[in-house]
Design a protein around this ligand. Sequence first.
Ligand code: NAD
Ligand code: UDP
Length: 381
Amino acid sequence: MERVNLDGEEIIPLTICLIGGGGFIGSHLCEKLMADTSHKAIVFDNHSDKINHLLDQSSPWRDRIEFHKINITNNSRFETPIKASDLTINLDAICSPYQFKWEPLDTIRDNFLDAIQVVKYCTESKKRLIHFSTCEVYGKTVSSFLPKDRDLRQDPEFYLLKEDASPCIFGPVIEKHRWSYACAEQMMESLIYAEDAEHGLDFTVVRPFNWIGPRMDFNPRVDGDGVPRVFDCFNNYLLRGEKLELVGGGKSLRTFCYIKDAIEAVLLMIENPKRANGQIFNVGNPDNEVTVKQLAEMMTEVYAKVAGKSAPGSSTTDVSSKVSYGEGYDDSDKLIPDMTIISKQLGWKPKTSLQDLLEITLSYEHQNYSKSIKKALCEIR
Ligand code: NAD
Ligand code: UDP
């Protein structure tokens, strides 16, 4: 059946190059492209674990998806595929606060220097680019700098993050590693904008606000090392029956968006270039705001529900950022996306409540990891 976009135009099948497309977001985007569209995907990444189910010989989509295992740094192997594709989506990044601290050079290299090549190949071949940036480009909110007793702190004017109005506030301290990631991403947005201004690059920039779902980072000591993003940290503690560690008491606020809602937004950008080109889009769920402490409490409750009798008991404990991440950690206080632009241009809004997305994702985690974690725990004992 013919598919049409928001303007009623027929959607022509595209060849899409996904740089860093083997990660969390890339794997869900590839699934969506295969299951619901006729587009073809060419994926470049260090890893294919999260998309192997699509690449398998028995997969019904095997002829529409290609995977190339490469390290993107200093590599020009993706020049020809980018130039031969209709659209490139750049998802390649180092995006966990633990890595900002312990791999600071790679963080700047991946998020800025490597991305320069991708942008250059798109400009040279006059091909469209959708670049994944981050909500971290906003830094801290204006409200966090107002005196604690001022009512203005509660005024959305001073905390709601708007693509075309909010200032980016990082602070001057270069040893706070989080901001080198934010600066790298912000500089990349500026470079993309300049390429459009001088050479007419067709671009869209996406700023994700804490997307969550199955296949997020990794479970420490099972399929990865280090500290993943908060959902996988808490999930791992729950699976092991350990205390959930709240950095600095878990006072920071985040809004969490279900990955499948967010992927709908990305598909709208892919298939509605006239509405998406030249835009920067916040993509998040402003209704799902909680403190990190509240997230821990909700996850504990939901995990007990989905795991039933096999849920080991867990509680929370406060830790210092120095213990979790080492010296030089800084945090974003509150990340609520303003949705005006994406709603106006693409008519998109998120649907899934935090309760529902936690139930779906923790059920997946319990089914896929509880046995391997139990086995690992038995071996230690
Ligand atoms: P992810 O870590 O799962 O995906 C990134 C992928 O890039 C990984 O598969 C990794 O192997 C690959 N990669 C990194 N360096 C590489 C290299 N040198 N060579 C080859 N492959 C390399 O992260 P994600 O959550 O899927 O994020 C995708 C994009 O969205 C990133 O740009 C990230 O900054 C941005 N983002 C995501 C979120 C979120 O909520 N998930 C929030 C803010 C920003
Ligand atoms: N966090 C926490 N305990 C953990 C991991 C993270 O309290 O085990 C906090 C972290 O300090 C931050 C929030 O959770 O305030 C979100 O962290 P995440 O690593 O997911 O990424 P961020 O949104 O900060 O980029």
